[in-house]
Design a protein around this ligand. Sequence first.
Ligand code: ADP
Length: 364
Amino acid sequence: MAVDESAANESCVGPSSEGAGKASSCEGCPNQQACAAGAGRAVDPDLEVIAQRLAGVKRKLLVLSGKGGVGKSTMTAQLGFALAARGLRVGLLDVDICGPSLPQMLGLRGQSVHRAASGWSPVYVNHPDDAAAADVELGVMSVGFMTPSDDAALIWRGPRKNGLIRQFLTDVDWGELDYLLVDTPPGTSDEHISLVQLLGATLGPHDGAIVVSTPQEVALLDVRKELSFCAKTQLRVLGVVENMSGLAVPLRSLTLRDADGADATGPALALLAERCPELLELSAHVDVFPAARGGAEAMAASFGVPFLGRVPIEPALTRACEAGRRSLPGSPDVVRPIADRILASTEMEREAEEAAASMMDGSL
Ligand code: ADP
């Protein structure tokens, strides 16, 4: 009797888990009998292949969010850039199969994947005209490199999506990496269960999930489900990031209008520069989304997981993502504090410092 994963019920604990077939959530599932008989615990031969493939990867991070549009892909791309800029070798795996955003955000649209004898080769970020991205070692694998045209819709059922995830994990030749970041689809779907089952045995004590939310209840509601999923599947949560946490606008970049609506920026800034120049260094902070019940920080505390910090809405970041760039000249690096905390929580700070020092030596 075989387990049909595509027919599993919504809150499946996983056919290979200890509770398979016996958990209360197995009631009514067509696989219950097969799972209880241990059919799902038969060793999956791909697990060994995946362990060998990822043997050269020091840290694995799954970027999750319960909801779409909260900035999960942005965070994956920006963390990739930030870690690679520290001299670390980084791979980004985009398993958001129906909505892959990483090729666009990394300036790699239109690229395609090459198959070599050793497996699929990732596509590498290389922006010779972008000093901030030059010389970074950032490899990307995405279904976006495999579709015939940008507008082609991928309408795949669960088992086919799971098959591609399996192939990404068994066939991509990442080589030696300091970090592999996996950008997942929103929610807690089939793809998440597959990922956790296939990667689970390779996850070490410093690997785990980065969970992204925005501050308002409509996002937190779904992100709480994501945190429950992590608890259920014993996926360690390295931390929660609150993205789009207010809008910070430097006073110098505001357009100031007089009572009639006319542009008064020039004279107003000149007056400030003359009378009170220190005010010109201030930023205006606007809470765009109301932080419901303490926002993501309070949610992280209630689940007993770390809070990694807040990333404001930064218009220059939206434009950088659209342009497939790490950042625009003169714009603040709003994700860097989060990357620093991830380095600390995964105990990779020392290696990052050594990599940065050897990058400096190389450029002298
Ligand atoms: P998700 O992967 O969760 O669906 P995306 O990363 O695609 O969300 O982000 C949705 C949009 O919001 C993108 O256009 C992205 O550039 C923008 N965005 C995300 N975070 C920020 C931010 N902190 N500041 C400005 N724009 C952001």
